[in-house]
Design a binder for this molecule. Structure first.
Ligand code: NAD
Length: 248
């Protein structure tokens, strides 16, 4: 590989699931990777595994709901790797709840991580990205941004907002050298799936036209493309990776 040679990527929520797969693939393709997560032990282990495999990676504790935490993560990338070229807003949480059952606490938790988090990330990273060559932001939304379910009101709201935030940011930075794109993953097997009720999960699985649940690498491959200079003319775009769910 080498499709990300020269890039320095900060990936939020990279201690687990999709973020860990993105970090490993980015490093394999030559990027230096900063893994940011609230799960310190697990995040450090992801970084250590990449380094053992010959890649360049470092962990920093990052709470995406705190602006100061983002600023520290960006400073860490700059001091450790000399630049920041790439931001992946990947951290996310899921809470069940429809109109009748969403508590104000679960609503604000989901909005804080999934919606406010990416804004704070883009704000903290923008100065460094503006100074970089081949800069890109990849925002990890969800197929739930565009297809409803009866029991995930806050999640739908946050992921749908992130989709529009990405497109707006793409316009804001279009002439300044930062591309901003969104991935809409369908059902992928990660720990977040454990937060979904089993009967709902079964319904989700039945909906997948290809008939199988995706692997984190399937999302990482999309993020790699959008982060790489192969996507130099791609901004404000949405990449659906869902086994055919949205098309159906
Ligand atoms: P995951 O639970 O395995 O990983 C999410 C990571 O985010 C965890 O490591 C967690 O510690 C971290 N995180 C949570 N709150 C944080 C905070 N405040 N600050 C920093 N990190 C925080 O789940 P995943 O499936 O890998 O999810 C990654 C992204 O993909 C999420 O945004 C999720 O909504 C999205 N997504 C997942 C699926 C799926 O089916 N797995 C589908 C669509 C979208």
């Amino acid at each position: 590989g080498g499709r990300l040679t020269g890039k320095v990527a900060l990936i939020s929520g990279a201690a687990s699931g999709l973020g860990a797969a993105e970090a490993a693939l980015f490093a394999r393709e030559g990027a230096r990777v900063v893994i940011g997560d609230v799960q310190a032990e697990q995040g450090q282990a992801v970084a250590d595994a990449i380094v053992r495999g010959g890649g360049q990676a470092a962990f920093i504790t990052l709470d995406v709901t705190e602006a100061a935490s983002w600023q520290a993560a960006v400073r860490f990338a700059l001091s450790r790797f000399g630049a920041l070229t790439t931001l992946v807003n990947n951290a996310g949480i899921f809470r069940m709840g429809g109109v009748m059952t969403t508590t104000q606490q679960s609503w604000s938790d989901v909005i804080a991580v999934n919606q406010t988090g990416p804004l704070l990330g883009m704000q903290a990273a923008a100065p460094a990205l503006l100074a970089a060559k081949g800069a890109a932001i990849v925002n990890i939304s969800s197929i739930y941004a565009v297809t409803p379910s009866p029991d995930a009101m806050a999640y739908h709201a946050s992921k749908s907002a992130l989709l529009m935030m990405s497109r707006a940011a793409a316009l804001e930075f279009a002439r300044q050298g930062i591309r901003v794109n969104t991935i809409l993953p369908g059902r992928i097997d990660t720990p977040i799936s454990g937060d979904i009720a089993p009967d709902q999960l079964a319904a989700v699985n039945r909906r997948i036209p290809m008939g199988w649940t995706g692997d984190p690498i399937d999302i990482a491959q999309g993020a790699l493309y959008l982060a790489s200079d192969d996507a130099r003319y791609v901004t404000g775009a949405e990449l659906i990776i869902d086994g055919g769910w949205y098309a159906s």
